[in-house]
Design a protein around this ligand. Structure first.
Ligand code: FAD
Length: 298
């Protein structure tokens, strides 16, 4: 698949170096990443909130972090919790806490951040990583849920296991985000095209029909109206679901949703170590990013 190839290429040190030292590339990144610090992300959040959007602060970092990078990331998360306002939210990616090296170490660190967020009433959602960490992430979610019933979790429509996970997870009081899935690997189906859309709609129907709070994360022009239709038929009230989109992607659609009475939450990625996040977004839409880069060079 082209996106997997692009992703492998992006991990080569020379590609990384060329990208981060290229002015057109870093200008482009600034459209999708809200700076390197919690305060820059909060500045972006304030602007979005003026337009009626909700926000989710998302500290980003290396997906295969060294011990030192894990500690820097944990510090960034604690700073973010301290600076955020309770009506906002924070997204935590267990992979960035070293989950790839085992659940034991990551569990302690994620729990501390969740506890601090809970103490100030700041909602937390766990992002979902590649297939190798899905079991561990679901286990972590279940362990934390007892003490933190408001904790949210992400499921990926591209995984064959997700309909089963939804039956077990999307219970009353749960907060569940459905996304297409940004990772390949064993157990994952296609992430683009008709099969991917069908898988998304199947999971969407299960989520909308469940008693869980539904967070619908997509920018797709066909999937959003389908979601609106399923929600209208289900009789869900406006406060029982929300759309979620990434900062910098389809900003006009984000505003349209809010202006027509829906809740739309913008995921605001930020952090000094933004490369892996950008590489993954790049791999999802390589043509779009290459065209934008090309325009920026001229
Ligand atoms: P697509 O069909 O990919 O995109 C639809 C249209 O949106 C495109 O045609 C384009 O116009 C625009 N668009 C989408 N992405 C971009 C982009 N990067 N740059 C420019 N334009 C773009 N994935 C995970 O695996 N785990 C997670 O925890 C996770 N959390 C997420 C949280 C949020 C709030 C969102 C919105 C996505 C998250 N994702 C996560 C990513 C998700 O899995 C998809 O990879 C991503 O949303 C693209 O799929 P799509 O359904 O939006 O539609």
């Amino acid at each position: 698949m082209i996106s997997d190839l692009m992703l492998r290429l992006s991990q080569r040190p020379e590609v990384r170096e060329a990208f981060v030292s290229n002015a057109a590339a870093t200008d482009l990144v600034a459209r999708y990443v809200a700076g390197e610090t919690a305060s820059s992300a909060l500045g972006v959040a304030a602007t979005l909130e003026e337009h009626g959007l909700d926000v989710l602060l998302a500290p980003i970092g290396s997906e295969s972090p060294s011990r030192e990078q894990v500690h820097q990331h944990v510090d960034l998360c604690h700073e973010t919790v301290a600076a955020a306002r309770p009506h906002q939210g924070i997204a935590l990616t267990p992979l960035l806490f070293g989950l790839g090296h085992g659940l034991a170490g990551a569990r302690v660190l994620v729990r501390e951040v969740v506890r601090a967020a809970d103490a100030k009433g700041l909602p937390v959602i766990l992002d979902m990583g590649p297939t190798e960490v899905v079991d561990a992430t679901v286990q972590l979610y279940r362990e934390l849920l007892g003490d933190h019933p408001g904790l949210g979790i992400t499921v990926q429509a591209a995984l064959k296991r997700t309909p089963g996970d939804l039956r077990r997870i999307a219970l009353s009081g749960a907060r569940v985000r459905l996304c297409a899935g940004a990772y390949g690997g064993p157990g994952a189906m296609h992430r683009r095209g008709q099969q991917a859309d069908l898988a998304y709609v199947r999971c969407l129907r299960a989520l909308v029909d469940s008693p869980a709070y539904a967070m619908i994360a997509t920018h797709d022009r066909r999937l959003i109206p389908i979601a609106e239709d399923l929600i209208a038929r289900s009789g869900r009230r406006a406060q029982d679901y929300e759309f979620q989109m990434l900062y910098g992607v389809r900003a006009i659609e984000q505003r349209r949703l809010v202006d027509t009475g829906r809740r739309c939450r913008v995921y605001i990625p930020f952090g000094p170590d933004w490369y892996d996040y950008v590489a993954r977004r790049f791999a999802t839409h390589p043509g779009r990013w290459l065209r934008a880069l090309w325009r920026g060079q001229r």
